[in-house]
Design a protein around this ligand. Structure first.
Ligand code: GDP
Length: 410
């Protein structure tokens, strides 16, 4: 009996030992397998870092590695200390892209003016090269200008001057004609105007520095929000720090759209609740710009052209409220170059409502109506400062009359 009991006890102990060994082996054989992916993970899972929700270290690593040579987006933390009462500021927005330099952009984009080039530049050169410049030909020249949206006033002026100069010239070589047309187109467009976007800030009553404030106005659909985003890139490329104000609170996607543009170049976007008061967003954006020590605050406004009084009230209020903190340096009117006369009517309404200081002509790519540059400047007496030549992020170019005319006449 005792022997039997001893045998049973021995058997239990033996089974226990064997199963313990198995469990230990299973664990120890799994452990390295578990460890291996963990050590192998960094290369396989380098946390590209852009996606929301990624842990902080990889994000920081990506930003430092890739973007430090770009714009330094570090001011907010520094300025914060000066604002003891302010709500804790959000983290600086690290840029993910470095925008292209703005110098020579129009030259780079000249091919985008192909349709205007054919319709206006080549059209005029071909007509002017005819052996006999009779009344019919001059009428065709006039039609070419009007069809390209040059506008009645500038067209009449241009035709008169061309007639006079061709008469004086007598025989015409193609080179002489090109030079003559170049001069006359430039004379209508004007080469003296200051076409830079004003980025000099002001000084507050307390002697503190104020950012330059730029209001971007225009009817929805003209490319206003896109232009505001692209303009942020232009300004950053030229060495400015920028804060964006998403004061187009009526179009649901506008604030998101703007924020995405801003994030790419390290510009913070100040936004409010959807349908909220645009003026209060504009005010907050300027305040943020002051606290960050930003160079420029760009404010995208709502462009609902319901009634002129409504528009006037809205934009007037935005401007007044912004001016409580500092002057508005620039009011840029965005116009869609493809809309022809409609665009000019819009321009007139906006100019009556707010003091437009510069024009941005969008969608000049793929339109034959490049002449709108002349018409709209004449209409408002305000220079075209920027032109949109495509949907790409760096397809907004400072307007240079010479480069523009050279592109037109090839
Ligand atoms: P908003 O309603 O005035 O703010 O208009 P958006 O900024 O949303 O732009 C309307 C559309 O115009 C978008 O599809 C833009 O990509 C497009 N757009 C803006 N500027 C240009 C341009 O210069 N060229 C072209 N081809 N499209 C443009």
């Amino acid at each position: 009996m005792d022997i039997l009991l001893l045998a049973v006890v021995l058997a239990v102990v033996a089974i226990g030992a064997i199963s313990g060994l198995v469990i230990t082996r299973t664990r120890s054989s799994r452990a390295p397998t578990d460890d291996r992916p963990a050590t192998a993970a960094p290369p396989a899972e380098p946390q590209v870092g852009e996606d929301a929700g990624d842990p902080a270290p990889p994000l920081r690593r990506t930003v430092e590695d890739v973007e430090l040579p770009g714009t330094p987006p570090a001011e907010p933390d520094v300025t914060l200390d000066k604002e003891p009462g302010a709500v804790a500021p959000p983290e600086p927005v690290p840029p993910t892209e470095t925008p292209e330099p703005t110098v020579g952009r129009l030259v780079r984009l000249r091919a985008r003016l192909a349709r205007s080039q054919n319709a206006l530049g080549q059209g005029l050169l071909t007509l002017l090269s005819r052996d006999r410049l009779d009344e019919d030909t001059w009428e065709e020249i006039e039609d070419t200008l009007l069809t390209a949206d040059v506008g009645v006033g500038p067209t009449t002026e241009l035709v008169e001057r061309l007639r006079e100069r061709v008469r004086v010239l007598g025989t015409r070589t193609p080179d002489e004609l090109r030079a003559l047309l170049r001069e006359e187109l430039l004379a209508v467009i004007g080469t003296d105007a200051d076409r830079s976007v004003r980025t000099e800030g002001g000084v507050s009553a307390e002697g503190g520095e104020l950012p330059a404030v730029v209001l971007v106005v225009g009817v929805n659909g003209t490319g206003k929000t896109t232009t505001t985003g692209k303009l942020a890139r232009v300004l950053v490329a030229d060495g400015n720090s920028v804060v964006l104000g998403a004061a187009d609170t009526f179009r649901a996607a506008a604030a998101d759209q703007l924020q995405t543009w801003g994030e790419r170049v390290g510009a913070r976007t100040v936004r409010g609740p959807e349908g909220g008061d645009p003026a209060s967003v504009a005010f907050d954006a300027v305040r943020e710009g002051i606290s960050e020590g930003a160079d420029v605050v760009l404010i995208d406004t709502a462009g609902r052209l319901h009634t002129k009084t409504g528009l006037m009230d809205e934009l007037g209020k935005v401007k007044r409220v912004v001016e409580k903190q500092g002057p508005v340096g620039e009011v840029l009117l965005v116009l869609d170059a493809t809309t022809g006369q409609n665009g000019l009517i819009q321009a007139r309404v906006f100019a009556e409502v707010v003091n437009v200081t510069g024009i941005v002509l969008t969608k000049l790519d793929g339109t034959a109506r490049g002449g709108i540059v002349m018409a709209v400047q004449r209409e408002l007496g305000v220079p075209v400062k920027l032109v949109g030549l495509g949907e790409g992020p760096d397809d907004l170019a400072p307007f240079e009359p010479e480069a523009f005319v050279d592109a037109l006449i090839g």
